[in-house]
Design a binder for this molecule. Structure first.
Ligand SMILES: [Mg+2]
Length: 260
């Protein structure tokens, strides 16, 4: 498979795929340039909906990548895309960071305040979480509000370890209410739908490149997008061997530097 000649959209995972923490993966900025030289589009996709996309833009620029604001997409964008397309006019209570609130507001969704009724509760990776917010989200869900979440990640890797992510916060809400959330972000169907709607490029012309089998590669395998696995991050060849054939990556590289 000749990805550079065949594909029109390259959906890039970031950490583990083009950089590791604050270190650029060798040849990754040049790879992004090769994609552009072939007149294909680039999308940088992260499940982490807690940060302002401008911070990713700044980091990509600092590390030497060409990147434009509209190329950066988070699971928060997928969630607002779903709400505007499938839940128009419904009231939403959002448990998320100020950056995520801004994403909602910019998309025309104005979350209700604490104590106000809501049709939908969206829970995310809220590093500004308080007991009051948790209590409010649970009360709304107990009263019948639909329970959605931007992404299922349980822990967020940081220097020296992990911090509790969206999936862990949702588990607390589920234990209290008995209700499971509907998750967006990778590897869920809404992410593939959003990528196609947002880019205007068909799934067969798209490749998803990432270092995690159960998020990046699963998004592709489950939803008709070519899945390219890189060994520069979390996943290993032993992990690939353990998968069902239907979930194995379509193509495997040592790193993006090998995609020529
Ligand atoms: Mg990754």
């Amino acid at each position: 498979m000749d990805l550079l000649r065949e594909k029109k959209l390259f959906v890039m995972d970031m950490d583990g795929t083009i950089y590791l923490g604050d270190k650029v993966i060798k040849g990754a900025p040049e790879f992004i340039q090769r994609v552009r030289d072939n007149n294909a589009k680039v999308m940088y996709f992260t499940n982490n909906a807690s940060k302002n996309p401008d911070l990713y833009l700044e980091k990509l620029h600092r590390l030497g990548f060409t990147a434009h604001r509209e190329e950066i997409v988070t699971s928060g964008d997928v969630t607002v895309g779903f709400l505007n397309k499938h839940r128009a006019g419904k009231t939403v209570y959002l448990m998320g960071t100020p950056a995520l609130h801004e994403t909602f507001e910019k998309a025309g969704i104005h979350p209700v305040k604490e104590g106000e009724p809501a049709d939908i509760v969206v829970v995310s990776f809220d590093t500004t979480l308080t007991y009051e917010k948790l209590d409010n989200a649970c009360a709304l869900i107990r009263n019948g509000a639909e329970f959605l979440s931007t992404h299922p990640d349980i822990n967020c890797p940081i220097e020296n370890g992990f911090m509790p992510d969206s999936g862990a916060i949702c588990a607390l809400v589920t234990l209290s209410t008995g209700v499971e959330p509907r998750y967006f972000g990778k590897p869920n169907a809404e992410t593939a739908e959003y990528i196609e709607d947002y880019s205007g490029i068909a799934r067969k012309d798209t490749v998803m490149i990432g270092d995690r089998l159960y998020t990046d590669i699963a998004t592709g395998k489950k939803h008709g997008i070519t899945a390219a696995f890189v060994l520069s991050g979390e996943g290993t060849m032993e992990d690939v061997e353990k998968l069902d054939d239907s979930m194995k990556p379509d193509i495997i590289f040592g790193s993006v530097d090998d995609i020529r």
